[in-house]
Design a protein around this ligand. Structure first.
Ligand code: SF4
Length: 367
């Protein structure tokens, strides 16, 4: 059983000894408080406190998750002309970006080619991602389930999907029956910031879909994007909400400001800030799979390999939805450098727990 740590008189952000002790306490089963997480986000770049934070994150990862790195890939199975208005996304309604190929749902042959390519890149799973509102009952659900069934029977990689909002429980159940192992559906950001990045659907609708996913028995992949203008307090709030929904995998993206999108003029997150945020998440969610996902290249540059220095135990390999990724050889070398090893074996996924509803925020009124 976990206990809550007492708050400390001095700020953790300047105290490497206290941070090292905190890591030991997390390993022993203590749960980081929101206040402690917020203090960790203030460690100075290059300080002894930051070094202690990163070292502690590696110890926590090693204790709970061992040396294996999970690798996943994604395929834009239906690209562009999305009805939604997510402000970071090149595929959003009305966005001017044309630097990618728009297309309707891909034929089965293209999914097979992408599966082979994901396998060759060392991925254990491939997620089919569609740019649309989501999945409704009727001919659309039938078409998607038929494609997912063939995709899952291929068996070379785990068959995951990321198909947006689900209209009802039956949509989730049908996808599970068709062979979808994990459903990707990000919280995107803290509940208190969500309306700043999307107004065509709500945070509550996303939570409702997460409830359907969990109840269906599919695994849940859910994280979000750092650097869209949220405060550090909101990053901690986001972490609390992730802790509450308990995803099997937590992809952490960093904003890649794409020209033509509403956030296209924002600067990328500072590398130290990005790495510190990942490290904080490792303390806050010690036994969860945390994936360094989209935007890591533009954010971290030649420090990309340091995602393994701060506690990440998963990476997205191959290309992203509308931007290029990093060669698989790089990840092999980066893993070796930090004493880890890439794992491209398909693993069984434990269904996410179903006994909790909403996002864990008191009085927010969500489902
Ligand atoms: S993030 Fe997904 S739902 Fe939002 S605009 Fe892009 S493709 Fe559409």
């Amino acid at each position: 059983m976990s206990t809550t740590l007492p708050s400390l008189a001095t700020s953790l952000a300047t105290d490497p000894v206290a941070i090292a002790k905190l890591a030991e306490e997390v390993i022993a089963g203590a749960e980081l408080t929101a206040a402690q997480a917020r203090e960790l986000l203030d460690v100075e770049a290059g300080s002894a406190a930051q070094a202690a934070l990163f070292a502690g994150a590696r110890k926590i990862r090693s204790h709970f998750l061992g040396p294996k790195v999970k690798c996943c890939s994604i395929l834009n199975v239906k690209a562009g002309n999305c009805s939604e208005n997510c402000s970071y996304c090149a595929q959003a309604s009305g966005q001017a970006s044309t630097d990618y190929q728009k297309h309707k749902w891909l034929p089965d042959e293209d999914i097979v080619i992408a599966t082979d390519s994901a396998k060759a890149n060392g991925a254990a799973a491939l997620g089919l991602v569609a740019a649309w509102w989501g999945v409704k009952e009727g001919s659309q659900l039938d078409m998607v389930c038929e494609a997912v069934e063939k995709f899952s029977q291929n068996g070379k990689v785990r068959a995951d999907v990321n198909l947006g909002i689900l209209e009802n429980q039956n949509c989730a159940d049908r996808l599970k029956q068709a062979g979808a192992a994990v459903y990707g559906h990000n919280l995107e950001t803290a509940r208190s910031f969500f309306d700043n990045i999307c107004t065509t659907h709500s945070f509550e609708e996303r939570l409702q879909t997460i409830n359907y996913i969990k109840k269906s028995g599919m695994g849940l992949c859910s994280g979000g994007i750092i650097g869209m203008g949220e405060t550090k307090e909101q990053r901690v709030e986001f972490a609390e909400q992730l802790r509450f929904i308990e995803p099997n995998m937590i992809p952490i993206n960093f904003l890649n400001p794409i020209k033509g999108t509403k956030l296209g003029d924002r600067p990328p997150v500072d590398p130290d800030e990005a790495l510190t945020t990942l490290a904080m998440l490792r303390y806050f969610l010690p036994d969860r799979n945390i994936m360094a996902a989209g935007g890591k290249e533009i954010t971290l540059g030649d420090r990309l390999h340091e995602v393994f220095a701060v506690g990440a135990n998963a990476v997205m390999v191959g290309n992203y939805l509308t931007t290029m990724g990093t060669a698989p050889e790089y990840w092999q070398e980066a893993a070796n450098r930090w004493g880890l090893r890439l794992n491209s074996q398909v693993e069984e996924i434990e269904p996410a727990p179903t006994d909790k509803k909403g996002c864990g925020t008191n009085d927010c009124g969500c489902a």
